[in-house]
Write a protein of this length. Structure first.
Length: 257
């Protein structure tokens, strides 16, 4: 629970330990039940949603701060992380917006001058395996949980812009980053792989063309196993040949989607 003492202690640390004017926001992508998911915080005492974010300690790099933030929110180590954009619009840190945000979570904005300064935010996106994440809220949030990309509602400040920019970059890097390897479980079916690509791209793909292209890349390993428990014929399970996958990504998985 956010108490007066804990808030005062956090502000003391913020003013002495963190770099001024620099923040980071993380777009954490997961994939579950055929849908692309994002990890969001629900701000304490409000219905507002926000991306996981944080600040940079004076003795750490931006990358180290992002890794620390993700570890605190997801419980994961060795997360795939990509810096994708810097958000520097002066209006993103508009004092009136920040005052409303602080008052919503029970903080007297007059006592939090550190929050009122202009912040430039560095955006990172992370790709995680949905079932491995153990979401934890920060001290200013009531919950940290998964939301569908569609129908999530409006996020605070400029977080919708940050999310949409991350998605645009992810789509553009689909042929140059190990997206499937990081978002899917170790064993998956071809329909699950196709649904992942469709969820990211936001459009349907032709099944035959998709499978033909994936097999041509030479990055899939067919396992002597099948997905059981469904109503239809059990599909074969596959895994990525990571060595071949990484080699293929160096030149790009040729062809647009």
């Amino acid at each position: 629970m956010l108490t007066e003492d804990s808030y005062t202690e956090w502000l003391r640390r913020a003013e002495t330990d963190f770099l001024p004017h620099i923040s980071l926001d993380c777009v954490v992508f997961g994939f579950h039940a055929g849908q692309l998911k994002i990890l969001l915080l629900k701000i304490r005492n409000t219905e507002q949603l926000a991306l996981p974010g944080g600040f940079v300690l004076k003795e750490e790099t931006l990358e180290a701060a992002a890794i620390r933030t993700l570890r605190e929110r997801t419980g994961l180590e060795n997360v795939f992380l990509q810096q994708f954009h810097v958000f520097s619009d002066p209006l993103r840190s508009d004092p009136a917006n920040r005052a409303r945000h602080l008052e919503g979570i029970g903080i007297d904005s007059a006592r939090a001058a550190w929050f009122a300064q202009r912040f430039i935010s560095v955006g990172f996106y992370a790709l995680v395996e949905f079932s491995e994440v153990d979401p934890h809220p920060d001290m200013f949030s009531a919950t940290c949980s998964w939301f569908n990309l569609e129908g999530r509602g409006t996020l605070i400040l400029d977080h919708d812009l940050i999310l949409e920019t991350a998605l645009t970059v992810l789509r553009s890097q689909l042929n140059n980053q190990p997206v499937g390897y990081n978002l899917l479980p170790r064993k998956f079916t071809l329909p699950e792989l196709q649904k992942l690509y469709e969820a990211i791209l936001g459009k349907p793909l032709d099944r035959r063309n998709f499978q033909r292209r994936m097999f041509a890349y030479g990055i899939l390993r067919c396992l002597d196993e099948k997905r059981t428990g469904g109503a239809h014929k059990a599909p074969l399970l596959y895994s990525f040949d990571l060595r071949k996958y990484q080699k293929a990504l160096k030149t790009g998985l040729h062809g647009g989607w």
